[in-house]
Write a protein that binds this ligand. Structure first.
Ligand code: ADP
Ligand SMILES: CCCC(=O)OP(=O)(O)O
Length: 357
């Protein structure tokens, strides 16, 4: 295989766009384009930022590629909130782009991933572009989709890219195949999703954006429905959505949404900060317990990943609840860029068929 052949990986986040160049075995180069809040505040919807981000990405890439003798064979972007779909590598088509652009299933920075990849493919004269395990991907058990109210399905917008990649690495470490392993995996970042993984697939997961799971640094998680009904009758829908998905959680209680700042408050004697932090750990631990039970308590391990996993203090507090359940693994940060590159190469090299949206 030619090591000059690369894929370009694009991952738009809430305040930055990550760009990376991968060949089949390693990362060649990466760039993080930061977007100032003042710049982003001009746009009403996240996908309105498309042209603004695209130009910065294209300029960054042209500069990166001018220094190296590389041949671009694929473009892959993080897939956003689209209709619920099975995990895998998808060819980006017009229906996918339409759902991402309009935000029909939710407005989130990752919706820009397919849009940026699609336009970059044209810039690099490629016929197609890809996305892997979009935010709404999962092979959710039928029984796990039932909510209790006909017509309301349990949502599943999580972090399948990082979860599956991290679970694969854990299986390798345990010397078992990913396909035979069972894991409970918790991605703890700005959004929190906790999942059961069985047979190489995410079979149940909470919605990381709204209405399910623990509260996160700035999201509300599961709420008593009476309180939500009161909110819905007191403010417009878009304001309720913004409150629950951007301005709740640690940020709403304490005015800070970085766990390191919460620790500073606690260490300065702030009792409220201690209580909210205790509730944060407690809710995450309870959710991990639920997803362990979903696997009939047969998980080969509990895996903790995402930015919050960098905190030894948090990990040691969480362990007091869950470490007796099964093996416990911590992989701080995320592997999304690598997962996107691998997923694209699997299709480019004919090891897997691209799925159609
Ligand atoms: N060393 C650390 N100690 C405690 N918390 C951390 C540390 N590093 C990152 N975090 C937490 O991780 C969160 C961001 O996680 P990350 O996975 O990068 O999120 P996202 O990609 O969703 O923005 C921040 O809210 C912060 O609370
Ligand atoms: C929308 C679900 C995925 C998610 O929460 O992603 P971030 O943590 O990157 O916001």
């Amino acid at each position: 295989m030619n090591s000059n052949e690369i894929v370009i990986v694009i991952n738009p986040g809430s305040t930055s766009t990550k760009i990376a160049l991968y060949n089949r075995t390693e990362l060649i180069n990466e760039l993080i384009v930061r977007h100032s809040q003042v710049d982003l505040d001009q746009f009403q919807k996240v996908t309105d930022q498309f042209e603004y981000r695209y130009q910065m990405v294209e300029d960054g890439l042209d500069e990166m590629l001018s220094k190296e003798d590389l041949h671009v064979v694929g473009i892959v972007g993080r897939g956003g909130i689209v209709k619920p779909l099975e995990g895998g590598t998808y060819r980006i088509n017009n229906s996918f782009l339409e759902d991402a652009k309009t935000g029909k299933y939710g407005d989130h920075a990752s919706n820009l991933g397919s849009m940026l990849a699609n336009k970059l493919a044209k810039h690099f004269n490629l016929d197609e572009s890809f996305t892997v395990d979009p935010v709404s991907a999962g092979n959710i058990w039928e029984k796990a989709r039932i909510s209790g109210v006909p017509g309301i399905e349990r949502n599943r917008r999580g972090h399948p890219l990082n979860m599956k990649m991290t679970a694969r690495k854990t299986a390798k470490q345990q010397n078992i195949t990913f396909e035979e392993a069972k894991y409970v995996i918790a991605h703890l970042g700005g959004g929190i999703s906790i999942a059961s993984v069985d047979g190489g697939k995410i079979v149940d997961v909470n919605d990381a954006l709204m209405g399910m799971g623990p509260f996160s640094p700035n999201r509300a998680g599961a709420l008593p429905s009476r309180g939500v009904m009161d909110l819905c009758y007191s403010m417009p829908r878009n304001e309720v959505e913004a409150l629950l998905s951007k301005n709740s959680g640690l940020k709403a209680y304490l005015g800070v949404d970085d766990l390191r700042d919460v620790f500073k408050l606690i260490d300065s004697g702030n009792e409220k900060a201690q209580l909210i932090y205790d509730a944060f750990v407690y809710q995450i631990a309870k959710e991990i317990g639920a997803y362990h039970v979903a696997l009939k308590c047969k998980a080969n391990g509990i895996i903790i990943t995402g930015g919050i996993a960098y905190s030894e203090r948090f990990i040691s507090d969480l362990k007091t609840y869950v470490e007796k359940l099964t093996n416990f693994f911590v992989y701080p940060g995320e592997n999304e860029m690598e997962a996107l590159a691998e997923g694209a190469f699997r299709v480019i090299d004919g090891k897997e068929m691209a799925l159609e949206y």
